[in-house]
Design a protein around this ligand. Structure first.
Ligand code: OAD
Length: 257
């Protein structure tokens, strides 16, 4: 059962908010049928990250790495955004400023219609030339050749994602941090808040006085710090917030506590 009082507290905060951030993780796509990383059927419970998501793994066996990404591309291509993504996209029309900062690489926020999206860990639909660094978007599933080669120079292409042991794109990270410190409210949705530096973003927001609202069926290292923590699935909780927000405020419900 979703705690109704927490939904009302959230709506109350939103009534005075102009700048909203949604910081998302794989949990927001779980209801679309995309596996998370650390959950029951999570990717890191079935596969070893060091074999598939590190620069060394790619150097040792680019074909294997690409087969894994091709498999993930296939899964994503068969699924679609869920009501959680859709609610966030709707918020772009309801508030003056909504930014999505995501650790996800599936492109579902774009597909749902969100506009301002900052992808901290890259995008699985983008390929990057290992020689020139040029980025090409390619939605072909399965890939025509594995591993794919750069159409311009013939060098190996790699997934345009961040692997373990690699730095995040500093421009993307800095912008995410800067936006996060200027927001009124940040929603932290569907992330275990374990993987740094991304996981530091909600804490940066808290230090700047931003109200942080966590939405997750389980508790995380952020839970005790968050202003509001709602136990529930993104696809249930986010549309409920939209619905309550759009309804005329009921004075007794939203009265000062
Ligand atoms: P995790 O698998 O670590 O965490 C997923 C979170 O989503 C957990 O806290 C779940 O409780 C929560 N969750 C599950 N279903 C949910 C639902 N329906 N609604 C809301 N929340 C739900 O995934 P991330 O936090 O995204 O990095 O992982 C962070 C990073 O670790 C990923 O970006 C990836 C991974 O290694 C790289 O690949 C660099």
């Amino acid at each position: 059962m979703i705690n109704k009082d927490l939904i009302l507290d959230t709506v109350k905060l939103l009534r005075n908010a102009e700048r909203i951030i949604a910081f998302t993780g794989s949990g927001v796509s779980a209801e679309s049928g995309i596996p998370t990383f650390r959950g029951k059927d999570g990717l890191w419970r079935q596969f070893r990250a060091q074999d598939l998501a590190t620069p060394q793994a790619f150097a040792d066996n680019p074909r294997l790495v690409w087969e894994w990404y091709d498999w993930r591309r296939q899964i994503i291509s068969e699924k679609k955004p869920n009501p959680g993504h859709q609610a966030l996209a709707e918020w772009s029309k309801m508030f003056p400023s909504v930014h999505i900062i995501t650790q996800n690489i599936d492109g579902f926020h774009q597909k749902a219609g969100s506009e301002d999206i900052h992808e901290l860990h890259g995008n699985i639909w983008k390929l990057r030339c290992t020689e020139q660094g040029t980025i090409r978007e390619d939605h072909t599933v399965p890939l025509k050749e594995t591993p794919p080669r750069c159409p311009k120079c013939g060098a190996l292409m790699r997934p345009h994602v961040v692997w373990f042991g690699e730095a995040l794109d500093m421009d993307v990270l800095n912008q995410a941090v800067s936006l996060s410190s200027k927001a009124d409210v940040m929603f932290v949705v569907g992330t275990s808040a374990l993987v740094y530096p991304a996981a530091s973003i909600p804490f940066t927001a808290l230090e700047s006085g931003v109200k942080v609202i966590e939405i997750n069926p389980e508790s995380t290292p952020l839970t005790s710090n968050a202003d509001i923590s709602i136990r529930g699935k993104a696809g249930d909780v986010l549309p409920k917030i939209t619905k309550k927000f759009q309804r005329k405020p009921n004075r007794s419900e939203e009265k000062e506590k």
